[in-house]
Design a protein around this ligand. Structure first.
Ligand code: ZN
Ligand code: ZN
Length: 289
């Protein structure tokens, strides 16, 4: 419907045309829940959260060492709300003997929480019957630790039941993941407490589930909006902001409005125009730092 005869005159023009379309037409933002794959400079894998998105990752990993029982991976868990752990029972590398996963979280009872999801009344296969070695490590809250030369910092976020953001640093580059997090008036009053966590990050993936109006309406629901994310990103010299944890009721078209409103809000800040790049998360998105 959108194409002109020139757009479809050759393979190249078709590809160019498709590339020019908004994401809501050429594809989809996707409906899976939270799961991110981080690769270090040595190609070691760090998985952040195990939502349903881990099923796609699972298929990719099974093609390599994890399919042969020779994979080693790190998992960071922000919290155990269902949308962040519900992919665990369907994560094929967990079923393969020989694979090894070190699972880190600041929650003292993280092992019990993940096991509880797979008690017999909820799922036929207990976590212990998944034969990969899965070792749980409890992180000291608001501390840092190292995986070789990768530094991982956790920071407590305001969210019902608690949640932790992670900052991952390697060779002078930094990636911050923080979802689910509500930056309400109290949090903004104390925003300097977050300075070290956000400062000069190359990329920040931030919870922007609600519009500004919804965020006011839904105080204590545990999520933020793009305007708050932009304010924080500008304050702490973040270079790229990714809007994340989309409201499940939103269509792809609505998500494009969220992004365009965010860019408008950003451009109203004339002093810092062009300093911060903004994009919106979609399934399969890859970012190189
Ligand atoms: Zn949550
Ligand atoms: Zn969530």
């Amino acid at each position: 419907m959108h194409a002109t005869p020139g757009d479809i005159s050759s393979e190249e023009s078709i590809e160019r045309f498709i590339e020019s379309l908004p994401h809501s037409i050429k594809g989809t933002y996707g409906g899976n829940t939270t799961c991110l794959e981080v690769r270090t400079d040595d190609n070691e894998i760090i998985i952040i959260d195990c939502g349903t998105g881990i099923k796609n990752l699972s298929a990719e990993l099974m093609k390599g060492d994890f399919g042969k029982g020779k994979g080693v991976g790190t998992i960071l868990l922000t919290h155990t709300h269902w949308d962040h752990i519900q992919g665990v029972p369907f994560f094929s590398p967990f079923y393969i003997k020989g694979n090894r996963f070190n699972i880190y979280s600041p929650f003292d009872d993280i092992k019990e929480r993940v096991e509880y999801q797979q008690v017999f009344s909820h799922f036929p296969i207990n976590l212990n019957y998944m034969l990969a070695t899965k070792e749980f490590f409890i992180l000291e809250k608001e501390s840092e630790f190292y995986l070789n030369n990768v530094k991982i910092i956790n920071k407590r976020m305001h969210h019902p039941g608690g949640c932790f953001g992670f900052r991952i640093e390697e060779n002078g580059k930094s990636f911050v993941f923080t979802s689910d997090c509500e930056f309400n008036i109290d949090e903004i009053d104390n925003i300097e407490l977050y300075k070290d966590f956000f400062s000069n990050a190359n990329v920040v993936v931030f919870d922007t589930q609600y519009t500004f109006e919804e965020a006011i309406d839904k105080i204590d629901w545990g999520h933020s909006s793009a305007t708050i994310a932009i304010d924080i990103a500008l304050r702490f010299n973040v270079r790229k902001l990714i809007l994340f944890h989309h409201e499940p009721d939103y269509s792809d078209e609505k998500l494009e409005i969220v992004l365009s409103n965010a860019k408008t809000y950003m451009s109203m800040n004339s002093r810092k125009r062009g300093v911060l790049e903004i994009d919106i998360a979609r399934e399969g998105m890859e970012i190189e730092l």
